[in-house]
Ligand binder design. Structure first.
Ligand code: FES
Length: 261
């Protein structure tokens, strides 16, 4: 097929771009994935039920800081609304200001620009120099808050080995949900510790990095993780959503947990 025929089939080249490949697929998939996540997370966070079934706590409600929680982690507040609201600002702010996601949603939602060598969807460009995009600079602070949340998720994964018994006590065990919670905490850790802010925390602010062997070592490890940050961003995004679905479906009686021992 000639280049011209391919161009006609795929709708290009146009006055927006000379590209004739399917450049629009990536932004379209990004819009679909992020929109699905956003809609599901908002619903799951506000619905305020079916987020705990012993011994599994949904990551959207962890740590559960309200005294009204179905499973209280730290009863710090008398909070009448969904306890997810108390905590989700941290991971949500962390993702929203993430350097990778910024690129992804600037390109896909704002078409700024939608792809390499494709014309910007807007006539003017002011970058991140004004409010609200100036707030993207808060990313490093969200990193601290979100990392704290990840530590609680590991705690939840440990508690997921403790199954209730019929006499009101508990016993050590392993269920599929235990593995789901461990995998979720692991992927979220990989996402957090591959963050550019974490890399800066390890190796930044020094004139001669090689004179701080421990920080140099940490910086090298984080730099290696950082190469796959985009991959961890997507896996952990889908993973945290599926973990909530798993806990929710057991709680609603749609599925049963698989108990290995
Ligand atoms: S989480 Fe993506 S750059 Fe920090």
């Amino acid at each position: 097929m000639s280049d011209q025929a391919v161009a006609v089939n795929r709708g290009g080249p146009t006055d927006k771009t000379l590209r004739i490949d399917a450049w629009w697929v990536e932004p379209a998939v990004t819009v679909g994935m992020l929109s699905t996540f956003l809609i599901y997370t908002t619903w799951a966070a506000l619905v305020n039920e079916h987020y705990y079934v012993a011994p599994y706590l949904s990551p959207f409600y962890s740590p559960c800081l309200s005294t009204s929680c179905a499973h209280v982690t730290l009863g710090l507040f008398d909070w009448p609304l969904s306890p997810a609201i108390l905590i989700l600002w941290a991971p949500a702010g962390f993702r929203l200001t993430c350097y990778y996601y910024r690129k992804a949603y600037y390109r896909s939602f704002w078409m700024s620009p939608p792809a390499c060598a494709v014309r910007d969807g807007h006539a003017q460009y002011s970058g991140e120099t004004r409010f609200p995009l100036l707030m993207q600079n808060l990313h490093r602070y969200f990193f601290y808050a979100a990392t704290l949340v990840v530590l609680f998720l590991w705690w939840d994964a440990l508690l997921a080995f403790r199954f209730p018994t019929t006499d009101g006590g508990s016993e050590f065990g392993l269920g599929l949900g235990t593995l789901v919670l461990i995998a979720n905490a692991a992927f979220l850790s990989l996402y957090s510790f591959s963050c550019h802010s974490c890399r800066h925390l390890c190796g930044g602010g020094l004139d001669v990095l090689s004179q701080s062997p421990l920080r140099l070592k940490l910086w090298r490890q984080v730099s290696r993780l950082n190469e796959n940050h985009m991959l961890f961003a997507w896996i952990s995004l889908v993973g945290v959503m599926l973990t909530d679905v798993y806990v929710r479906f057991i709680s609603m009686g749609y599925i049963s947990d698989v108990r290995f021992f």
